[in-house]
Design a protein around this ligand. Structure first.
Ligand code: ZN
Length: 147
């Protein structure tokens, strides 16, 4: 049995890595910069890396849009990190700081934070505002991906 290769965008350098189905993405390293493709922690991204992750990943990408001044965002941060442990490497979890990347956040039409955005194939398929715990984050994303 062999499915299509998966396409994983390195979170450190942005290189697109093609992995055959037999390769465990959780153990794989970037062919360009040699860093682990998944660290077990959601990575902070800038607007450029955000676009690259959602545009070039074959796996779904779950984005936490947050800001340092937002109390509920800070409360949700460890929950989002736990969700990464549950969901990666089947999904990529990233964090977009709307204070550091105001143009990216504005382009997304973010009205309140924290907001979760779920992308598949470069398209937003769901969004949800408000703090959630890890199990709720994982359950929400998996339910939306099932359709
Ligand atoms: Zn890399």
């Amino acid at each position: 049995m062999s499915g299509p290769d998966s396409q994983i965008v390195c979170i450190a350098c942005g290189a697109v890595n093609r992995l055959p189905p037999a390769r465990d993405p959780a153990a794989a390293r970037c062919g360009k910069c040699r860093k682990a493709l998944f660290s077990g922690q959601p990575a902070e991204v800038d607007g450029r890396m955000f676009q690259r992750q959602i545009g070039r990943s074959s796996i779904p990408v779950l984005v936490d849009v947050w800001a340092p001044w937002c109390g509920p965002c800070r409360m949700m941060a460890p929950e989002f990190a736990r969700a990464a442990a549950l969901l990666e490497p089947a999904m990529r979890l990233i964090k977009l700081n709307s204070e550091a990347e105001p143009q990216a956040a504005a382009a997304l039409g973010i009205r309140g934070i924290p907001t979760l955005l779920l992308y598949r194939g470069g398209r937003e398929i769901a969004r949800q505002s408000g703090a959630m715990d890890a199990a709720s984050i994982a359950g929400w994303a998996q339910a939306r991906l099932r359709g």
